[in-house]
Design a protein around this ligand. Sequence first.
Ligand code: A2P
Length: 348
Amino acid sequence: MKIKVGVLGATGSVGQRFVQLLAEHPIFELEVLAASERSAGKKYKDACYWTQDTDIPEKIKDMVVVPTDAKHEAFKDVDIVFSALPSDLAKIYEKEFAKEGKIVFSNASAHRMEEDVPLVVPEVNANHMEIIDIQREKRGWDGAIITNPNCSTICCVITLKPIMDKFGLDSVIVTTLQAVSGAGWNGVPSMAILDNLIPYIKNEEEKMQTESLKILGDLEDNKFKFADFKLSASCNRVAVIDGHTECIFVKTKEKVEPDEIKEVMDKFDPLKDLNLPTYAKPIVIREEVDRPQPRLDRNTGKGMSIVVGRIRKDNIFDVKYVALEHNTIRGAAGASVLNAEYFIKKYW
Ligand code: A2P
């Protein structure tokens, strides 16, 4: 029997990706679509300005959107909710759903850095989910909140994890070139971004710098011990629709050659044997001198693989490379769904 799930913020850009990934999911049955009072009562096809490159799934089109109310009867039999809410709303609503006994898999930043909330990329720190026992006990919830990181952080930590495990990390510098879809349909005006680049994304650098260290750190005695390397991020918005590119410079603790980095990244496949439906090989290496590119590579592994290329020696740091992520799949909805699949496999 499938597990009944709902999506909060279902009409928004990440919400639509959730709908795409969950409509025909082998273990989840998408039962509830929630959004604002403006959309509640309308059929999904009328409430939502659908901007994906596939049609609205047939079985979803006529579902009636409900308000984001944890006590609404539509949620009665739902065990899991996926949250694509804007962060200020997530801060209020996600707790209410956890209190009502739902496991909330959140893509929002609202609770990511709280000391009893796991911030998880399952290939990197799945064990951090164990903190939810403390979260439930402390907050008196039957449910829980499990978060996934900011889109740019996911790309970065997946590539750093195999390097850290084998060679140690001393310092990392990341420059991002981020797609406009990360800001939502109305996020970046076309007049601002066409023929242009915007060298500022609010709070993005701070998120990358703190979230990465929580994820790559340890969970010891029910406390997060942050990783101790230095990370500096510089974030830019570029005129790409989907696909964040990151130029990553790494200084390792042990001396390392580019071929060794390539080898550990290529072998990195920690959840291979779990057969999770949304899982794809986390890192795919491209050998061509001019890859990865957003348009050509973002759908690798159905948008779940990070594509890495141009692994080479650096004159100042040890190595540098280019990584690409489908930001609304691997970097958002797909990340939450993978967390939920892992959770079901390990803890349900
Ligand atoms: P709605 O379409 O009804 O406004 P995005 O980040 O792409 O802008 O999407 C935001 C999502 O959050 C949408 O699904 C939107 O629904 C939903 N939302 C916005 N305001 C509220 C609110 N006050 N309560 C619940 N959901 C909201």
